[in-house]
Design a protein around this ligand. Structure first.
Ligand code: ATP
Ligand code: ZN
Length: 292
């Protein structure tokens, strides 16, 4: 491992004890970063890289990254957008997927966005909510709450709400129906815009490349099969391979073993076609990581 030319480790902000925590930590472990017990401490050193994790509330992450207290952060796109933080979004990550939805009491008088003129809307996302209604030219009254927004209409604090939703179960349980969507969100990896040492830049490049490989691997499968030599041309046409497949002769005359990597999404389709083309003993294996 290359040593950093700065005296500080690359510091990464991760949500402490929330919805994004476990998936972020397993992603970091999946790309080979090893940490001591992160449940007990706020600042956790990585054992095999010059990296440390700062575990904090997700709301604080964009600002910590903006101010350069942390070099990187894993946080919801909703939080980054709401904070209007001056940070660079390095990439999206497909977990923590949710949407900022507009919801109203079922059977109430508000049926569509246009009915909102002059209404009170409770939200923890005043910036995104304001922007949305401004863009529609509708004037609304925004009541900012830090949590439990879904009960605001029943308490008569507001006529409607905007809140984060994934399945919609919480809305339904509170007698609310979703009528529109303001923002689609997923977790993002963000980077500070403050100057970084060459060592830190190098490390960030490495982390990004490993995340790429880890994600690719999760979406791919290694497949192995046997087939008659005569079927190889046909089989090569079926496999949407990253590179050309490995074809090895078997002891059996005229038979070969074929190994390759395919996107998981095509698996069943490819499998059936391979069988039709004469492949037998098709085996699929998960891949831990890959660099392409
Ligand atoms: P903290 O104590 O860190 O402030 P929190 O209560 O604000 O935690 P969580 O509920 O843990 O935050 O949500 C963290 C992030 O998870 C959200 O900002 C959002 O990006 C994402 N998320 C995914 N699905 C949902 C959902 N159904 N409801 C709320 N957030 C969700
Ligand atoms: Zn929060």
């Amino acid at each position: 491992m290359r040593t950093l030319d700065s005296t500080t480790s690359l510091r990464i902000a991760v949500q402490k004890g929330g919805r994004l925590t476990d998936k972020t930590l397993s992603l970091l472990e999946g790309i080979g970063l090893q940490f001591d017990d992160y449940k007990r401490s706020l600042l956790v050193k990585c054992r095999n890289f010059d990296v440390e994790l700062l575990l904090i509330r997700d709301d604080d992450i964009p600002e910590y990254v903006q101010d350069g207290v942390c070099d990187l952060g894993f946080v919801g796109a909703n939080t980054v957008a709401e904070d209007e933080a001056d940070v660079t979004i390095l990439r999206g990550l497909d977990y923590g997927v949710c949407r900022l939805a507009i919801a109203v009491p079922k059977n109430g008088s508000i049926k569509k966005v246009e009915d909102f003129a002059g209404k009170r809307i409770a939200t923890s996302y005043p910036v995104l909510t304001r922007k949305f209604f401004n863009s529609k030219g509708i004037e609304v009254d925004i009541v900012t709450l830090s949590g439990s927004v879904e009960i605001a209409p029943r308490l008569e604090i507001a006529d409607a709400i905007t809140d984060l939703v994934s399945t919609g179960g919480t809305l339904k349980a509170n007698g609310l129906v979703e009528i529109d969507k303001i923002f689609d969100s997923e977790t993002q990896l963000i980077q500070t815009n403050k100057p970084l040492s060459e060592g830190k830049k190098h490390l960030i490049g490495k982390i990004l490349q490993r995340i790429e490989g880890y994600k690719k691997a999760a979406e791919s499968r290694y497949i192995m099969m046997n087939a008659p030599q005569s079927a190889v041309v046909e089989i090569k046409k079926i496999i949407p391979s990253l590179k050309s497949p490995t074809v090895m002769p078997l002891a059996d005359n005229g038979m070969v073993a074929i190994h390759t990597v395919i996107p998981l999404s095509t698996f069943w389709d490819v499998m059936e076609k391979l069988k039709e083309a004469g492949a037998t003993g098709i085996v699929m294996l998960p891949i831990e990581s890959m660099i392409v």
